[in-house]
Design a protein around this ligand. Structure first.
Ligand code: IMP
Ligand code: MG
Length: 188
């Protein structure tokens, strides 16, 4: 447990993607998604909680067209940096997605297990279309092949925090994507 006056910035080894780069890319993604769905009146963004909450908040503002939002809670990691492989739905959608144009908004694809599982579950509900938008992708780590339609950034095989992403539930509030100092992992 960190103390209330602990400065999270001092735990950072390096910033991989700063605020400006994130925001510029999200503006581009907004344009890309708008263009791709320009012939569709219906669009539903599904935010994968918790990690994608910050990305979704900026993405929805960068997407200059009518769209709906919904949330799905998925749990894959404990307080570790490796996937357990087991994916659990902890919060389901409020609505039926049959016949809808669904765009999954995810924070990061690592092994691909979370999205593969989510994709199967959502496809079984017969959406009209189902695409995937991820802010980050670590292609080197892929174990399951998942069709990703839009990617913000490809990043190296390093555990990252910030901008919604956590380590042991902390660091989500940092406005940038960063790598932690190695000693932080040793505290676990
Ligand atoms: P996957 O199932 O291995 O693809 O893992 C996807 C999920 O694990 C993401 O939605 C994240 O919540 C989490 N995750 C994967 N890599 C990282 C990371 O580098 N930092 C923080 N969380 C991560
Ligand atoms: Mg996580």
């Amino acid at each position: 447990m960190t103390s209330a006056d602990h400065d999270l910035n001092q735990d950072i080894a390096k910033v991989l993607i700063d605020e400006k780069k994130l925001q510029d890319r999200i503006q581009e993604l907004g344009q890309i998604v708008k263009e791709e769905y320009k012939h569709e009146d219906d669009l539903l963004l599904i935010c994968v909680l918790k990690g994608a909450f910050m990305f979704l908040a900026d993405m929805t503002r960068a997407l200059d067209r009518p769209h709906e939002l919904d949330f799905m809670g998925v749990s894959s990691y404990g307080a570790s940096t490796e996937s357990s492989g087991a994916v659990r739905i902890v919060l389901d959608l409020k609505q039926d997605i049959a016949g809808r144009n669904v765009l999954i908004v995810e924070d990061i694809i690592d092994s691909g297990r979370t999205l593969d599982y989510l994709r199967r579950i959502l496809l079984a509900r017969s959406p009209s279309s189902l695409r995937i938008l991820t802010l980050l992708d670590k292609p080197e780590r892929r174990e399951v092949d998942v069709p990703v339609d839009y990617t913000g950034f490809h990043i190296p095989n390093e555990f990252v925090v910030g901008y919604g992403l956590d380590f042991a539930e902390i660091y989500r509030n940092l406005p940038y994507i960063a790598v932690l100092k190695p000693e932080i992992f040793a505290h676990l």
